[in-house]
Design a protein around this ligand. Structure first.
Ligand code: ATP
Ligand code: MG
Length: 476
């Protein structure tokens, strides 16, 4: 964040000399950053490389002429991501802020059901994968490498093997200690044959993966239900309409599986949805001749979806290979019943932008907006410039009076630009609140022009009115 803060050269010189003399470090400059030591976040300091040429976008996908999608285009235009190599992107400051918020919401949901956060190595030894035969069966999707001694590894595309071996390494586990719900949020690596659509299908991406260990099939099914509920709660909190569809178990294997899908045209999965009851399924799992709902016999409808989450009930498929066992109530050894549960963290960000945005303007789930508020002071040299300092005062007042908005307010200090141009940019980036110091700031009392993105309203509010409005804002 330091790069975004207002800095005063005189102040840093003073800080250096006073540190040398007395150890005293002044924490603010009264001229540049007034207001109880709060420093202001300035838009001009945000690292936001934009203006990528069309051919640069396409080459990031590994071939020219590939289709692109709205979220990828908007994220590139606004400077949220930058291509690095096919399927790999730099995540820029706004994206990292949104992702950190998403991870906080995920943490809250996972920890509410007893999840414990861990972090496993990405460098995954071949023996683990050979034990389950996935070293061969995953074929070219695994990114493989060797260390200097010739020992083979892959870069983890998922962690069933690693986590099961980890739990198996704990001896003398008792049924009384179970269930364990272990999860992580880490980078995953898959040599996707066709990385595309920006963060929707990358070769390197963030996933939240949870692995659960229970003492009986009944307990494991209960855990499965709990994690599914937590996923529903997550998407509800993000305001994203989703479909929970029955799914194929694929290369991960197991006995039961559901996908969480966001219905949208750019999605790569076809879903069959029953309009009358809650049944829906990925069409891969259905008999293709099936036209009616297996539950209520109504005609099924088809829709496309982006898979944002996946849940599997695995049984003892992995625990039997690595001998992940515990002592049951009779003192006998018994294999753990497992489940695994993925959420595509970077995919959720892009998919949310895909479903919520217009063609020209990014819209975020409210909780994930990188900054909640953007303040726009008058253009330099304009009539309203007489009210310029009100913006800075408002900034300080917000961060002082609305504690949850500290670090959430950005000041668009590009005052050579008109208010209109800066408002257009702000609208494109999608701040939930844009507050302009315009003509009516010259009135007594001053009125600010407040653009509220989720209601579409434009309000004229006094400073107190602004405070009342913003104090309602929820931040994770
Ligand atoms: P897909 O069918 O889209 O290739 P998958 O079924 O192989 O995905 P899982 O192994 O179930 O994916 O991974 C869990 C989650 O990780 C997925 O639900 C998805 O949200 C996310 N994910 C998977 N592959 C990618 C990718 N290449 N880029 C971004 N996110 C991904
Ligand atoms: Mg899947």
């Amino acid at each position: 964040m330091e790069g975004l803060l207002t800095r005063c050269r005189a102040l840093s010189a003073l800080a250096t000399s006073s540190r040398q003399l007395s150890g005293y470090i002044p924490h603010r400059c009264h001229q540049c950053a007034p207001g109880r030591g709060q420093q202001r976040l300035l838009l001009s300091r945000v690292f936001q490389p934009q203006n990528l040429r069309e051919d640069q976008v396409l080459s990031s996908e590994g071939r020219a002429g590939d289709l692109t999608c709205k979220s990828q285009r908007l994220m590139l235009q606004v400077g949220l991501i930058r291509p690095a190599s096919p399927g790999c992107y730099h995540l820029l400051p706004y994206t990292v802020r949104a992702m950190e918020k998403l991870v906080r919401v995920i943490d809250q949901e996972m920890q509410a059901i007893g999840g414990q956060k861990i972090n496993m190595p990405s460098l995954s030894p071949a023996e683990l994968w050979q034990a389950t035969n996935r070293w061969d069966s995953m074929g070219r999707e695994l990114i493989r490498l060797q260390d200097r001694h010739g020992k083979e590894y892959c870069l983890g595309p998922t962690h069933e093997e690693a986590v099961t071996a980890l739990v198996a390494s704990q001896k003398n586990l008792s049924y009384k200690q179970l269930p364990f719900l272990l999860y992580q949020v880490t980078r995953k690596f898959r040599d996707e044959p066709r990385p595309r659509f920006g963060l929707l299908r990358g070769r390197e991406f963030y996933m939240k993966d949870m692995y659960t260990f229970d003492s009986s099939p009944e307990a494991a099914r209960e855990t499965y239900g709990l994690v599914c509920e937590a996923y529903c709660s997550l998407f509800d909190r993000l305001g994203l309409r989703f479909i929970k569809a029955q799914a194929d178990v694929g290369s991960i294997g197991g006995m039961m599986s559901h996908e969480f899908q966001l219905p949208v045209d750019v999605g790569e999965d076809w879903l069959a949805v029953c309009p009358s009851c809650s049944f829906s399924a990925n069409m891969e799992t259905l008999d293709l001749s099936q036209k009616n709902c297996p539950a209520c016999h109504s005609p099924l409808t088809k829709t496309k979806g982006i898979e944002v989450g996946h849940t599997f009930y695995l049984g003892t498929k992995y625990s039997s290979v690595f001998n992940a066992q515990f002592t049951d109530a009779h003192g006998e050894p018994s294999l753990a019943e497992m489940g695994c549960y993925g959420l595509g963290v970077t995919r959720i960000l892009a998919a949310a932008i895909e479903v919520l945005s217009t063609e020209d303007c990014i819209r975020w789930p409210r909780l994930l907006a990188p900054y909640q508020v953007c303040l726009i002071p008058p253009k330099k040299g304009s009539k309203e410039a007489a009210a310029s300092e009100l913006t800075g005062h408002l900034y300080d007042h917000i961060t002082e009076m609305v504690p949850q908005l500290r670090g959430e307010v950005l000041l668009d200090d590009r005052t050579p630009l008109t208010i209109g141009n800066r408002l257009k940019d702000a609208n494109k980036v999608g701040y939930p609140f844009v507050i302009i110091t315009g003509k009516r700031a010259l009135e007594d009392p001053a009125h600010f022009e407040v653009w509220c993105q989720n209601t579409g309203e434009v309000l004229f509010l006094t400073r107190e009115g602004v405070m009342e409005l913003l104090s309602q804002v929820q931040v994770v």
